[in-house]
Design a protein around this ligand. Sequence first.
Ligand code: B12
Length: 211
Amino acid sequence: MRDCSTLVKKVIEGDWKEIANLTQEEIESGTKPDEIILQLQAGMEAVGEKYSSGEYFLPDMMKSARCMNIAFEVLKPLVENSSVGSLGKVVIGTVKADMHDIGKNIVSGFLKGVGFEVIDLGSDVSEDRFAEEVIRHQPDIVGLSSLLTTTMHEIGVVIKKLEEKGLRSRVKVIAGGAPVTEKFTRSMGADAYAADGGQAVKVCKQLVQRS
Ligand code: B12
């Protein structure tokens, strides 16, 4: 894997001015978009660690988030370039009380890129809204993102709501996000877990083949 360290360093520092150009340079030098994203994701983990240790404060995390968004805007056309909706439909969102949406946006982009139709509900999405949108769109898959240990349990809350409304057997549920693990996902009653956009594509393809 080619090293995108200059770009990653700027993202960690929250220095947004050169991000678009540096991302473009990485693409032009032949680094694959998914490799760039994985390295940026590791950079954002470093930002999180700096926040945990007290070196960074909320505005620092916000600056890095802005950088990440700028980089993804440049990468998005390369990721989302495929036939719409041929593989199936995915309703995706970040769970209630959780505003983190960068990872969810990336997963949406990857899924669109291979041909899923993606209905992105945004962040801070309640279990009732997920159920309503499943009724409205009749998706094959529901994708749930959670980035906070305080919101992870919402994955189970959404699944319970789908059960209550008689919708659970109609959809497969996949979940992810930094604190979420395969084991936790299963314990919440989800069908699958994926650690990043690339894995999400593989797993979602398997889920639609099985259904
Ligand atoms: C950027 C960031 C923010 C930004 C978010 C901006 C935005 N629009 O998303 C801002 C500054 C707003 C923010 C706010 C807060 N944050 Co914050 N944040 C982060 C940070 C640094 C990076 C997250 C990120 O974007 N990563 C990059 C993306 C690409 O990676 P990702 O999200 O993990 O997504 C990938 C995978 O997880 C997976 N995936 C993600 N979703 C899904 C969904 C599905 C279906 C699938 C299959 C896969 C999948 O695929 C993605 C792509 O590869 C993390 C640190 C970390 N380790 O994640 C802290 C972190 C999550 N935040 C944290 C905290 C504490 C907060 C605040 C509570 C701070 C505060 N005091 O207000 C608030 C909470 C606000 C709220 N209610 O949601 C803590 C959480 C700790 C905990 N125990 O839960 C972390 C871990 C930092 C830390 N180490 O302390 N944050």
